[in-house]
Design a protein around this ligand. Structure first.
Ligand SMILES: [Zn+2]
Length: 100
């Protein structure tokens, strides 16, 4: 896994995506709950909050939608194929981007 971030501000994007690591793949982990469980059944979060399966699923969709909206370069190959002068932080415009 490798992710891209800016040394000039706090901008970062998700780890680069591939066939086994991407938001769609993670959403599939919720498919059983979506299709087989009662959407209004109680669900206790790791921090002890009482919510429902419906909230769990809708929050997961919202979380992954945000990852897709904020992704600038989907793969490391996309990033490397971009001219160095055009590799600009979408938040501050800095060229000081780094892959960790
Ligand atoms: Zn920046």
């Amino acid at each position: 896994m490798a992710y891209l971030h800016c040394h000039n501000c706090s901008w970062e994007q998700d780890d680069f995506w591939n066939k086994s690591y991407n938001p769609i793949r993670f959403l599939l982990t919720w498919e059983k709950m979506l299709l087989e469980d009662n959407l209004d059944a109680p669900f206790k979060t790791e921090d002890g909050k009482d919510i429902t399966n419906r909230t769990v699923l809708s929050d997961a969709l919202k979380h992954h939608a945000k990852r897709i909206r904020t992704m600038k370069w989907k793969t490391q190959a996309d990033f490397m194929a971009t001219d160095k002068e055009q590799r600009l932080c979408p938040n501050c415009g800095s060229k000081d981007l780094d892959i960790d």
